[in-house]
Design a protein around this ligand. Structure first.
Ligand code: HEM
Length: 262
């Protein structure tokens, strides 16, 4: 079934599924999922930090990844949410925008990818970190890695080494049309495949988000100061529950066997 839409473009059932139903479903899962997670898993709302197991690779990979992804985020807000006419009106020409977006975007992509490779390498090779990796973490890494890989591939292949693609005439107004509840799937019809796959991976990532360690984005670092403590307990029942010393009995040296088990 084909449906005529304002203008000459056509909208197919597949395009409605991919560019209307799926993003709205992802938005619903994202919002409801976070509310659910907060209500039922408050104490699991954490990065599940593995810093205690390994610090050297983490100290290198983590800032690279986080600074890179922050630049990517700023780029996405400017590129997707600020209409190009607004930028023209303050003197940012098409050429100037793409020069900036491509240079900063490429730098951000390299930083993010190298950081992510270090983090994944660490997760795979450091025994306790690998053991602390859940199946959900692995699914999340595929979605995150796929989103970043296709975003970077689109930037390098089309913007840096290709003839350039003006996504601010298609992808950006499509994103805004979703927010204004007047979805325009026809805008995504002729977008290069590399960008379409990037957006689909990104949509999948948003759906998984509330059920992964990515929830820490909404609490780090300020939320950590005010949230309830996470209580770590030793499995040794003696600790914390032993009767208080009255003060006059002889203090025995600690049992070396017990110390070894701690
Ligand atoms: C689902 C909504 C998204 C849309 C519509 C979108 C759109 C875009 C566009 C248009 C570009 C090209 C920018 C340029 O070359 O000037 C891009 C690049 C990129 N995207 Fe996305 N993106 C989305 C989600 C994400 C997410 C969730 C991530 C990361 C977790 C991400 C990571 C990247 C990266 C690493 C690049 C290459 C570096 C850069 O140009 O910033 N994107 N994306």
């Amino acid at each position: 079934m084909m449906m005529a839409v304002a203008g000459t473009e056509t909208v197919t059932p597949l395009s409605i599924l991919l560019w209307v139903a799926l993003p709205y479903a992802a938005a619903a899962v994202f919002v409801v999922g976070h509310v659910w997670r907060y209500r039922y898993d408050k104490f699991g709302w954490t990065t599940r930090s593995s810093q205690v197991y390994e610090n050297r690779l983490l100290r290198l990979g983590s800032p690279m990844f986080h600074i890179g992804i922050l630049l990517v985020l700023i780029g996405h807000v400017v590129g997707l949410f600020i209409p190009r006419d607004w930028l023209y009106s303050i003197g940012v020409s098409e050429h100037a925008y793409h020069l900036g977006a491509t240079w900063i975007g490429s730098f951000a992509a390299i930083l993010t990818i190298v950081g992510l490779i270090i983090l994944i390498y660490r997760r795979r090779t450091v025994g306790p970190v690998f053991l602390a990796t859940t199946p959900m973490d692995k699914v999340m890494y595929v979605a995150l890695g796929g989103t970043i890989a296709f975003g970077a591939a689109a930037t390098f292949m089309l913007q840096v080494f290709g003839s350039g693609y003006e996504y601010r005439g298609t992808i950006s107004p499509w994103v805004r049309s979703l927010f204004t509840l007047q979805p325009k799937p026809e805008l995504m019809a002729d977008v290069p495949l590399m960008f379409q796959i990037h957006v689909l991976f990104g949509t999948a990532l948003f759906m998984l988000w509330p059920f992964t360690r990515l929830v820490h984005v909404f609490s780090a670092p300020v939320g950590y100061l005010v949230r309830p403590y996470i209580v770590y307990r030793s499995r040794d029942e003696q600790r914390g529950t032993r009767t208080k010393r009255r003060g006059w009995e002889e203090v025995k040296p600690p049992d070396p066997e017990k110390l070894r088990r701690l």
